[in-house]
Design a binder for this molecule. Structure first.
Ligand code: ZN
Length: 195
């Protein structure tokens, strides 16, 4: 199963179901030493795909956790920002000019909200992106293994490139439909003219 460096290099071991780099390790699993077959049958595919589905579900739970951090962080941030505006107060009893009062309780709360909220939001965001990426890779690999009956799915296309190719395909189809419609119209007009 050794290939040139332009071909996908990541694949799965049918035995321990771990993924590894074919280029670095050849066609032998670095974890259990099993030789990787070129193509697979149902007996290898079913348990492997099941295990990948379980892994995707497990990471899905982790992503849900990350989303909670993200949402809680956003709420804390909003509270923090509200309290910044509340800490705008007259400088003193005699001077009504408003300024942020760093010694006020409101300012302390806003600081806490922004620091805790910001940290929680960023932590959740990074982990949510990371886990989403992992789930996409797993789903891509499952689809590849199911359709090709092979163990070397290679790299998963990035979400942006997938969205781009999807949109450009839609645009292409749209333009094609419009072109056919125009041609049909002009053909119908031509007929009318003859009659
Ligand atoms: Zn293995």
């Amino acid at each position: 199963m050794k290939k040139e460096s332009t071909t996908p290099s990541r694949g799965y071991c049918p035995d321990c179901k771990k993924s590894f780099d074919y280029h670095k390790h050849g066609d032998t699993c670095p974890f259990c030493g099993k030789k990787i077959p070129e193509t697979i049958d149902q007996e290898i595919r079913t348990p492997l795909v099941q295990s990948l589905h379980r892994e995707a579900n497990r990471i899905g739970d982790k992503r849900d956790g990350a989303m909670s951090f993200l949402v809680l962080g956003a709420i804390f941030l909003i509270v923090g920002i509200i309290f910044v505006s509340l800490s705008y107060k007259p400088i003193s009893a005699t001077n009504t000019t408003k300024a942020i009062r760093f010694d006020s309780l409101e300012f302390v709360i806003s600081l806490l909200g922004i620091v805790i909220g910001g940290a929680s939001f960023l932590y959740g965001l990074v982990r949510a992106i990371l886990f989403t990426r992992k789930i996409r890779v797993l789903h891509h690999d499952i689809a590849y293994i199911n359709s090709k009956m092979r163990l070397d799915p290679g790299p998963t296309p990035l979400l942006v490139s997938e969205v781009y190719s999807n949109l450009s395909l839609r645009l292409k189809n749209y333009l094609l439909i419009k072109k056919v419609e125009r041609e049909n119209k002009s053909a119908a007009k031509g007929k009318e003219g003859k009659e």
